[in-house]
Ligand binder design. Structure first.
Ligand code: G6P
Length: 745
């Protein structure tokens, strides 16, 4: 019905136009036909006059004019001839037939005949008048006036009019029919196209080329959907998202306020002596970034190696210091290590053995007996500290990372009722790779002292379970992802780690992206017209920094339009520099930087700005906000939190993230440009794509990434682990009660 009404809107004007055309065209047609016939009649008149001329000159000889009259009457037998008149040379009507008007003079007849239509109205209807001079042997004999019937012209004109009307009607009907059919077809196309749009088809990808006229509509709808999506995200209730309050509530209710003890090698804050002053620093460590906010929410005690030059100055007599500075939400208990212990446990076994063993970065692990001894001794030292710090027999102990593979079993022996959650922040290799570790069984047994063993991804969990299967006599229940070993059960689960999502109050304090840009450009002397890409890492061979520099170089070779139009800022915090592998890695990066700057930079505007020093989070955040692109090209990474920090910093929904497929984060962040960092061409192309990405696409990708990181934040990570811990503690209590009942019975 609607379609019909719409079509009427086309048809009514069409009919009106056709009728008006017919109305205007018909009189013109009449006039034209009349003129054609007048010319015809003139010719006909000339023929008649010619035919009569001889007989006329003869008849004029007869003085009474009877012969002339008879001649005229005969001629009148032609039905188209209505009247005939004979004018003398001096212009007098001498003879005429019956219907010739008495009042008509010869002069008037001549004038009418010379007129445009030569038409005259006499009794009985309109006539056409023609005037012919008849010449005899002696010169002009007189003039013949012929009056032709025009009524048949009228009849013919009426017929023509009838045909014309029929013609116009057929024409109109045909046009209307074609219009209706075409309108119907295209309307159906439009309707199904629009319906498809509303269903979302063709919104993400460009519309099918068959309906290009729908492209603007698709663009509008896309925009509107994006707005609605954003509104929806904003309208989501805050209690749906994990935050410190929800974590605290979980601790209060499900864990009944039990104490939480964290153990890690790296401390959340170091105290350094700088020009005789004691300054506090946040170390560059993904572990610290993630665990510190959780600890602020949980309170409790954090046990870590006191490695800062001013650390001893900051602690009380129990080696404790309340943190964060000025807030004092939790206690840090510092453990002191001798240089030999640090060398053997930290640099040696942890960072020359386990670190390269677990990362596929093609650096050979080194295992030394002496390092192993130190590793074991330091694990025991920290385990003793856990026991000493515990105020109950069943604390919740959160063990962090590869520095403490032996500690869970050590704590379990002393505090059998403790709930030990061990989180492995780095990847876990396949059984063959792990098998080269001379102390593989001891490490696995130590880790299986945990109640829960967490990795970033399912893939790492699977590798671990397969490794246990290969090297230990343990019972594995794949269905529940648990391992039973030595009478204890360990749940092996994936808990993807994340960051603390910045609070709206904190984000309001940030300088705008424009201000950040101005500040960064000013501080680093970057030319105004330049685009900026950033990388933020520790100086570590697993981070793919060299591959990243090579990609920037290749991009400038391949896309010369970017020469002198881009600066790549690489923040590289010094890390583990006592190790030869790290020192030579740093030298390689410095050489590559020099080479690329010599090829494509100017002394006052280098392409690569290598900032090889510690940066506070605030400065890094400014850099993230100032950047057009952020590159995370790890060769192998448990999760990587730099990519999540970049996303959290971009509340303007601009900027592009390039992310290595070998970082755990790639599984959660598919809206980034995912690359294989070993493939220089692919990374160079991704950089070009990032630099030319339209703002709308940046916005779409960034909004989605932000919503993921916002929801899957670090409180959720801790919350999920602690919920599992609470469930297992409840189960343990129930089974203890049941056993007690049995004992009494
Ligand atoms: C990785 C490890 C952390 C470590 C961090 C920094 O993220 O998983 O345990 O803290 O690197 O390394 P560093 O040796 O300086 O603590």
């Amino acid at each position: 019905m609607k379609t019909f009404r719409l079509q009427l809107r086309f048809l009514v004007p069409l009919v009106i136009i056709l009728a008006a055309t017919a109305y205007l065209a018909l009189p013109v047609m009449d006039k034209l036909t009349l003129r054609w016939f007048a010319r015809d009649l003139d010719m006909r008149g000339a023929l008649v006059a010619n035919a009569l001329s001889d007989s006329l000159t003869d008849a004029l000889q007869e003085p009474r004019g009877r012969r002339l009259q008879a001649l005229f009457e005969r001629a009148l037998q032609d039905e188209r001839l209505v009247a005939i008149g004979w004018c003398s040379v001096d212009g007098k009507v001498l003879r005429h037939t019956q219907r010739f008007p008495d009042s008509l003079t010869c002069e008037e007849a001549r004038e009418v005949a010379a007129g445009k239509d030569a038409e005259l109205h006499i009794e009985g209807g309109p006539v056409h008048v023609s005037f012919h001079t008849i010449t005899g042997e002696a010169g002009p004999a007189g003039n013949l006036v012929l009056m032709h019937d025009l009524s048949f012209i009228e009849r013919r004109s009426q017929q023509t009019r009838k045909y014309m009307i029929i013609l116009f009607a057929i024409l109109g009907a045909s046009i209307a029919l074609v219009t209706v059919v075409v309108a119907q077809l295209s309307w159906r196309g439009w309707v199904s196209g629009a319906r498809a749009l509303l269903r979302g088809e063709g919104l993400v990808r460009p519309m099918v080329p068959a309906a290009p006229e729908l492209a603007p509509l698709a663009a509008d709808l896309r925009q509107r959907l994006r707005d609605l999506e954003d509104e929806y995200r904003r309208a989501q209730r805050p209690e749906d998202v994990w935050g410190p309050e929800r974590l605290q509530a979980l601790l209060r209710t499900q864990l009944r306020g039990d104490e939480v003890i964290v153990v890690s090698n790296r401390e959340p804050y170091t105290h350094e002596v700088n020009d005789g002053e004691l300054v506090v620093r946040r170390p560059a460590s993904g572990l610290v970034t993630a665990v510190e906010p959780v600890m602020r929410a949980c309170s409790g005690t954090w046990i870590a190696h006191g490695s800062g030059s001013g650390d001893r100055k900051a602690v009380d007599r129990h080696d404790r210091v309340a943190l964060p500075p000025g807030q004092q939400d939790y206690l840090l208990r510092r453990i002191w290590l001798t240089p030999e212990q640090e060398q053997g446990y930290y640099y040696g076994f942890a960072n020359e053995g386990l670190w390269p063993l677990c990362h596929v970065a093609h650096v050979r692990p080194v295992f030394r007996e002496g390092d192993w001894e130190h590793y074991r001794a330091v694990n025991q030292l920290f385990a003793d500290a856990v026991v000493a710090e515990a105020r109950s027999e069943d604390p919740v102990v959160l063990v962090q990372d590869y520095h403490f593979a032996l500690l869970p079993a050590m704590v379990r022996r002393r505090l059998p009722r403790a709930t030990i959650l061990t989180f492995w922040h780095i990847p876990w290799p396949n059984p063959e790779s792990f098998g080269i570790c001379p102390w593989r069984s001891e490490i696995l047994e130590g880790m299986l002292g945990s109640t829960i063993l967490g990795f970033h991804t399912r893939f790492h969990c699977k590798n671990f379970i397969e490794t246990v299967d290969r090297y230990l006599e343990a019972r594995i229940e794949h269905e529940h992802s648990t391992i039973s070993f030595g009478g204890e059960q360990t749940l092996v689960e994936a808990y993807p780690i994340s960051i603390e999502w910045p609070s709206p109050e904190a984000a309001r304090e940030w300088p705008s992206p424009g201000q950040c840009r101005a500040e960064v450009f000013e501080r680093l002397g970057i030319p105004h017209a330049h685009r900026v890409a950033v990388g933020v890492d520790r100086f570590d061979y697993t981070k793919g920094i060299l591959e990243r520099l090579n990609a920037v170089e290749r991009m400038l070779e391949k896309y010369p339009e970017w020469r002198d139009r881009i600066t790549f800022v690489q923040v590289a915090a010094p890390s583990r520099s006592a190790l030869e592998e790290y020192r030579s890695f740093r030298e390689r990066i410095e050489r590559a930087t020099e080479r690329i700057n010599a090829r494509f930079g100017r002394p006052e505007a280098p392409v690569i700005r290598l900032l090889a020093q510690h940066h506070e989070h605030e400065e890094v955040n400014k850099l993230y906000r100032a950047a057009d692109v952020c590159l995370v090209t790890s060769l192998h990474d448990g999760m990587n939190l730099v990519c999540k920090e970049f996303v959290a910093a971009r509340d303007d929904e601009r900027g592009v993230l390039i992310l290595s497929r070998f970082a755990g984060a790639a599984r959660e962040m598919p809206e980034a440009l995912i690359v294989n960092p070993y493939h220089v061409e692919e990374t160079a192309d991704a950089l070009q794509q990032a630099l030319t990405m339209p703002p709308a696409e940046q916005r779409e990708r960034m909004a989605s990434l932000r919503s993921t990181v916002h929801e899957f934040n670090v409180y959720r990570w801790a919350g999920r682990m602690l919920t599992d811990a609470a469930r297992l503690r409840l189960r343990q209590r129930v089974s203890e009660r049941v056993q007690r009942h049995h004992a009494v019975d």
